[in-house]
Ligand binder design. Structure first.
Ligand SMILES: Cc1ncc(COP(=O)(O)O)c(C=O)c1O
Length: 295
């Protein structure tokens, strides 16, 4: 167990990286990945997901793998796009990695960052990465599914079929200690063991997604409908997404420019706020759409 998914990512990266190792991150990405990799002497290489769908581009990932690559971080359901990677794409990823591992004579890990795995909509589910990728590690937390971000409770899990899995686990336990986490909060470890079947009311998040998605698309904003998580990632109607974020601010709506996620030309909305806040923003979105030339 770890101090959240952030702790689990840092523990894992410290365990597997040698100085100069490369980690592939998929844009749009959770920006902290860059800093986490840097913490442990690694460098990141960005690979873009598919422009139309934000799904995995296996050929682009394969082309980015080189002699220094050690890992790929994937995040499904994704922050900021809300997409879930389907089993067939995870299988293609796993098959490609097996091939590249043989070619390079090097272990290539997949870090599957899944804190939103229980926040899915329209009967979507998140496939278990272990069924498709042998050298896979799941990192997750209860920050989102039990809405306990301040309690810093999560875990990492290594695929039992991984090469040298015992060595990895020993390394992870040691790294948790030497990074100064020492252990995940003890009281929370006991509490959440009884809450494994529980999660926040998904219906509540889905209602928020639907109100915003329906309103924004009716105003001409274009976006992929999220299958999970609590974010929308529409195209920015202005070429400069920072300028667009400033415009929304004038209407007291706070969004994050896409360039912060390695995806200029988009912006992120977080809908993990009360429904009254979302409803109160709807007239402002109409004004924003008008100012940005959508209507
Ligand atoms: C994709 C992703 N990974 C990891 C984290 C870190 O979560 P935790 O609070 O469990 O450290 C977050 C939090 O926003 C996130 O969005």
């Amino acid at each position: 167990m770890t101090c959240g998914a952030g702790g689990a990512l840092n523990v894992t990266l410290k365990t597997i990286l040698d100085p100069g190792d490369e980690v592939l991150i998929l844009a749009p990405y959770f920006v902290e990945y860059i800093f986490y990799v840097d913490n442990h002497g690694g460098t990141t290489k960005t690979v873009h997901t598919r422009a139309d769908s934000f799904q995995l581009d296996i050929d682009a990932i394969e082309a980015a793998i080189g002699p220094k690559t050690r890992a790929i971080i994937i995040n499904s359901p994704n922050n900021p796009t809300g997409v879930i990677y389907p089993p067939e794409d995870l299988k293609s990823l796993g098959d490609m990695l097996e091939r590249k591992e043989k070619e390079l004579n090097r272990t290539l890990f997949v870090l599957s960052d899944e804190p939103y795995a229980r926040l899915t909509y329209d009967q979507a589910t998140v496939p278990c990465i272990f069924s498709y990728v042998r050298n896979a590690i799941i990192v997750t937390s209860h920050s989102k599914d039990l809405a306990l971000p301040g309690e810093r409770i999560g875990y990492l899990a290594a695929n039992p079929a991984m090469d040298d899995v015992d060595k990895f686990m020993e390394g992870a336990i040691f790294c948790n200690r030497v990074l100064g986490f020492v252990n995940a909060p003890a009281l929370m470890q006991r509490l959440i063991s009884g809450l494994q079947e529980e999660s926040v009311d998904i219906g509540d998040y889905q209602a928020k997604r639907d109100v915003l998605y329906n309103h924004l698309t009716s105003l001409g904003f274009r976006m992929v409908k999220p299958q999970g998580g609590f974010y929308l990632f529409p195209e920015s109607p202005l070429e400069d997404d920072v300028a667009f974020a400033r415009l929304t601010q004038e209407h007291r709506v706070l969004v994050v420019p896409g360039q912060g996620f390695g995806a200029p030309g988009y912006f992120r909305i977080a809908y993990c706020v009360p429904m009254e806040t979302i409803r109160a923003s709807l007239p402002a979105w109409e004004k924003i759409a008008r100012d940005a030339g959508l209507i």
